[in-house]
Design a protein around this ligand. Structure first.
Ligand code: KG4
Ligand code: ZN
Length: 381
């Protein structure tokens, strides 16, 4: 079964084609355009620029994905599109006239690709970025008569962690997921596949934001997470005299708060004045320690309370070496099976959307009638 995944929720335009036989799969093509270098100038993701870039890149990436998957087949002779079909596609792509022309042109030149499913992110994320991928997916789904599976980006991050080589492994239920990214920090319980209950979340900044905002305060451009991690690794001592808070460590719930960390970092930075390499390394080291301690404590409490035997770590921040090693230790101690994503798939990508969409399709747990994006979509929706 061949499935096309499309992801445009933030600052990567990503498309992938996967071929499944049961839960085994082969990645036929992966296309990804990252806008990080463009957004760097703004110090964060700038929505209108994200939309412009998605709009510019999505069609060429679609063609490349189909071509690489050997699904782009020219028609023997050009055909005309019916007036009805043209009318409907024009409506779906009314906000995206450039891609409307390209899609109409596709129809006259190429046969309908032999795809079984199209999975597309419809939330959470930046609304105007989501539209680009979602409207395009709806248009081609209709034009090619291929089922559309609207997919949750955060569920995508969960499934990215469930791929082991070329196989998707579904954990025993109930399993717990800790999702840590630039926009989200949440602890989610799954009682059965696709049925989620959020047991805790950040009350303010996400973990990724704590990294990125702190990084900015010591002069590191967006997204600063990976660089903070590098600086922390350069600090070889086992301790530091810099002390940062562990927000909500002892609150009797599974919620988090990270905005106080960035404020504490700001105070240290202002007090220090001239920032030496050593100061940056020590501060990064302490920041990583503070973040990991809070994440570990809350997750470990949830594992005990809910009798969890499988833990999934997912989202962009799960690329962090310190967090990966602390969670590996925790799970060894607690005899919990840990699902860590391959580092190649920690960031936003379309393979994860195809994986989650595939499972929703085979389990018949999707709603083809969804006709709009939802920026604040939750795993509980
Ligand atoms: O999942 P993701 O790619 O995008 C969102 O959906 O938000 O996550 C991006 C976040 C950024 O905040 C980035 O700084 C952080 O993940 N990140 C890291 C590391 N790699 C990426 N944070 C800490 N350590 C890393 N190695
Ligand atoms: Zn993400």
């Amino acid at each position: 079964m061949k499935i096309l995944g499309i992801e445009t929720s933030c600052d990567e335009t990503a498309l992938a084609v996967l071929d499944f036989g049961g839960n085994n799969f082969e990645i036929l093509s992966e296309q990804l355009n990252s806008q990080i270098d463009i957004h760097k100038e703004y110090g964060g993701v700038y929505p209108a620029v994200a939309k412009r870039e998605h709009t510019k890149n999505i069609y060429p990436l679609l063609i490349a994905a189909l071509e690489e998957s050997q699904l782009l087949i020219e028609r023997e002779e050009e055909v005309e599109m019916s007036a009805d079909m043209r009318e409907h596609i024009s409506q779906l792509l009314e906000r995206d006239s450039d891609n409307l022309e390209r899609i109409l042109d596709f129809y006259t030149k190429y046969k309908n690709p032999e795809l079984d499913v199209i999975a597309v992110t419809y939330g959470p994320g930046l609304e105007i970025a989501l539209w680009t991928g979602f409207n395009m997916a709806r248009a081609i789904s209709y034009m090619w008569n291929t089922p559309l599976v609207p997919t949750n980006h955060m569920e995508g991050h969960i499934y990215a962690s469930l791929m082991q080589e070329n196989k998707l492994v579904i954990p025993d239920f109930p399993f717990l997921s800790l999702l840590i990214s630039g926009g989200h920090t949440e602890l989610v319980l799954a009682d059965s596949e696709h049925e989620y209950k959020k047991i805790g979340a950040t009350l303010d900044d996400a973990v990724g934001e704590a990294y990125d905002k702190s990084a900015r305060l010591i002069g590191i451009p967006y997204p600063g997470g990976p660089m903070i991690s590098k600086l922390a690794e350069q600090w070889n001592e086992t301790g530091t005299s810099i002390e940062l808070p562990r927000p909500m460590l002892h609150s009797k719930d599974y919620n988090f708060s990270f905005s106080g960390l960035k404020t504490a970092v700001l105070q240290k930075v202002e007090k220090e004045g001239e920032l030496t390499d050593q100061f940056k390394q020590e501060l990064s080291y302490e920041l990583e320690k503070a973040i990991a301690e809070v994440l570990i404590k809350k997750t470990s409490d949830a594992i005990t309370e809910h009798g969890i035997s499988s833990l999934v770590l997912g989202g962009g921040v799960s690329a962090n070496n310190n967090i990966r090693s602390k969670f590996t230790q925790l799970c060894e101690q607690e005899h919990v099976e840990l699902f860590l994503p391959n580092k190649r798939y920690t960031g936003d990508n379309a393979v994860m959307i195809a994986l989650a969409g595939y499972r929703r399709f085979v389990n018949k747990k999707y709603d083809p009638a969804i006709d709009r994006t939802k920026g604040n979509l939750s795993l509980e929706d």
